[in-house]
Design a binder for this molecule. Structure first.
Ligand SMILES: Cc1cc2nc3c(=O)[nH]c(=O)nc-3n(C[C@H](O)[C@H](O)[C@H](O)COP(=O)(O)O)c2cc1C
Length: 188
């Protein structure tokens, strides 16, 4: 890995301690790193991005870490996003992140998402693995002009297929690796 290696940024739609989506995203980022990429994870704590409101931005200015995060997204060669499905869509946390970062910034100029490849993952303790959330997220990301990888994975039955922060099911681990590897090909 060198400073010219592709930079892949991970974005998780859950800030929950013990999040299954974070676990799978960590696995995917470790895999692209093993293939030579640089990786960075965006911290998605509740206080990083308050609920977006134009009045907030005018009155209080931009959240403290927003421009640093926006610069990272502008620098990124590709993204891997993992989000739970909440009521058939991606989480509010993820949409709120996209809304904040998509707003132009003089302090962090450049294009964060347009023409960038993105690989999608969703994890659920249920049987469908959040596939409807991925479909809905696709619409939003294509509106932003992202190139959505054809290789995606909705990881079902998360409790039975993970243990101690790791994926225990070989098929699922390989599918997540394949999403990560394809995204890296698109980012190169
Ligand atoms: C408000 C809410 C809505 C949810 N809706 C769905 C859903 O539509 N489909 C689904 O598979 N799981 C749904 N779940 C369950 C989540 O998949 C589950 O909480 C999952 O563990 C969240 O991901 P995380 O472990 O990464 O935090 C929902 C959970 C919450 C709190």
């Amino acid at each position: 890995m060198t400073k010219n290696s592709p930079l892949i940024v991970g974005v998780c739609g859950s800030a929950r301690v013990g999040s299954f989506n974070q676990l799978v995203l960590d696995h995917a980022l470790a895999h692209v790193q093993s293939l030579g990429a640089r990786t960075q994870m965006i911290e998605m704590r509740g206080d990083t991005f308050p609920n977006y409101c134009e009045d907030l931005e005018t009155r209080d200015g931009r959240p403290a870490r927003l421009d640093e995060i926006r610069r990272l997204c502008v620098e990124a060669d590709g993204f891997i996003m993992a989000s739970p499905e909440y009521n058939g869509g991606p989480t509010g946390i993820l949409k709120n992140f996209l809304d904040w970062v998509s707003c132009p910034s003089d302090a962090a100029p450049g294009i964060p998402f347009r023409e960038k490849p993105v690989g999608l993952l969703s994890v659920s303790p249920g049987r469908l693995g959040g596939i409807k959330g991925i479909q809905c997220l696709r619409m939003i990301l294509s509106h932003l002009g992202m190139h959505i990888s054809g290789k995606e994975f909705a990881f079902a039955m998360a409790k039975a297929n993970t243990k101690g922060g790791k994926i225990t099911d070989d098929f699922m681990a390989k599918e997540v690796d394949a999403v990560a590897a394809r995204l890296l090909e698109l980012a190169q």
